[in-house]
Design a protein. Structure first.
Lengths: 157, 269
């Protein structure tokens, strides 16, 4: 619960650092909270952080792409701050600390975990972005065709 | 009859738009520069410039963009070909100016305005607007505190993270004023933060120095650059994507290594 609230604050705060303005901050905060909730659910259901992060990333990217087209702003503006709560900052820090601290076993373990988490986010971004882009291309194409059809019909009658 | 006049009018405006094609092109590149500087994807920059060229009456255009440079070649209706290059030295993150440049280009594509008006619009765009410094300072503190709670810190840790977040913001601002290389800067600043956190812990504010430091370095991790570079790779701009990807990995390592070294030197922890 506390993590959901802090991920809201974290995402919105990050958006402010990136110079995002106005009502979008609230949307981004909600997206950040969403990312954390989906991650927790995925982790609970599958038991693996990789799957959890993958699902959470896909959900956030999809939400960002849809919302960006709704309120007409660049996608990265929404997507990047929303993904921030998923960034494995903790593991990055511990990995470096074990590296400096000559603790090989713990270093390798946290490095593995770090790479896995970063990989999950990367795969999620890649998959979701390509799918959403294709989906919207298809969607707009169909909408355009339907509108043309509509024009023809109204012209006939 | 009326319609032909209108068409003539339109042709007239179109040729007026290209009265000084080199200046029009410079303006179009200005918009591209603002986009690239603000951290937009390569595809967005290329797409926007292509659309603007079409809207302003160039017969065809070829845009090539990498992380630090835009090359734009366009053919005039008469058949002349011209090229301009724009070097974009530093790529930062200013999503507001990306959004505004995007909105401006949509507006211009829908209704192209004459050169003078366009120049005025671009000057306004370049002016930029940013949050007041005190609010940015406060945000860095609040975000640090939020993430140290997020990673399992206590309320005291959050207070400590808030304070060291303020120190971090001051150090970053000062460092970028001094034009220190950005990778070195993040390393130094995160090291300084670790030092501050160690002091705060010694005073008694905050118990888990690792949770506090993680809250702080979240602000320095190049999440934006990483995500954008991934999008660049997907869009087929592999070159820029790899450049951004590598840069952000080096930066992430620099950010994490600063505090690790400081804590090691301070002994133990």
């Amino acid at each position: 619960m506390i993590q959901t609230i802090t991920s809201f604050i974290g995402a919105a705060g990050f958006a402010l650092v990136f110079n995002v303005r106005g009502k979008k901050l609230i949307w981004i905060g909600l997206g950040g909270a969403l990312s954390w909730i989906v991650y927790k659910l995925g982790l609970e259901l599958s038991g693996s952080p990789f799957a959890g992060l993958l699902v959470a990333t896909i959900a956030v990217v999809a939400a960002g792409e849809i919302l960006a087209r709704r309120i007409r702003v660049p996608v990265i503006m929404l997507m990047v701050p929303m993904l921030i709560p998923l960034v494995p900052g903790g593991d990055l820090y511990y990995t470096m600390r074990y590296l400096i601290g000559d603790d090989n076993e713990l270093f390798l373990e946290s490095l593995r975990s770090l790479l896995m988490q970063a990989g999950a986010i990367a795969v999620g971004v890649i998959v979701a972005t390509s799918v959403m882009t294709n989906f919207f291309a298809f969607y707009y194409e169909r909408k355009r065709k339907l509108e043309q059809l509509h024009v023809h019909i109204t012209m006939d009658t | 009859m009326n319609q032909t006049i209108q068409v003539n009018d339109m042709e007239q405006t179109k040729s007026n738009l290209l009265s000084a094609p080199d200046r029009v092109m410079a303006c179009i590149l200005d918009i591209g520069e603002v986009l690239l500087k603000g951290g937009a994807e390569i595809m967005r920059v290329e797409d926007t410039l292509g659309r603007l060229c079409r809207a302003y009456g160039f017969a065809s255009s070829d845009v090539f963009t990498v992380t630090s440079c835009i090359i734009l070649t366009a053919r005039l209706p008469a058949g002349d070909v011209m090229t301009q290059t724009r070097r974009v030295p530093a790529r930062g993150t200013d999503l507001d100016s990306v959004a505004r440049a995007n909105a401006l280009s949509r507006r211009l594509c829908a209704r192209p305005v004459p050169l003078e008006e366009m120049q005025a619009e671009i000057a306004a765009l370049r002016q930029g607007r940013s949050y007041p410094t005190w609010l940015q300072l406060l945000t860095w503190g609040v975000v640090s505190a939020a993430f140290s709670l997020f990673f399992g810190g206590t309320a005291m840790d959050a207070c400590a993270a808030f304070c060291s977040g303020l120190v971090l913001f001051c150090a970053m601002t000062l460092g970028s004023r001094l034009r220190i290389n950005s990778i070195l800067l993040s390393c130094l600043c995160s090291g300084l933060t670790a030092l501050t956190v160690a002091l705060l812990c010694a005073v008694g504010l905050g118990q888990h120095h690792d949770k506090i430091i993680i809250g702080n370095i979240m602000l320095l991790i190049p999440g934006m650059a990483l995500t954008t570079s991934l999008r660049d790779v997907i869009n087929g701009d592999t070159l820029s994507g790899m450049m951004g990807f590598f840069e952000s990995i080096v930066k992430a390592m620099a950010v994490a290594i600063g505090p690790a070294v400081v804590l090691k030197l301070l002994g133990g922890f």
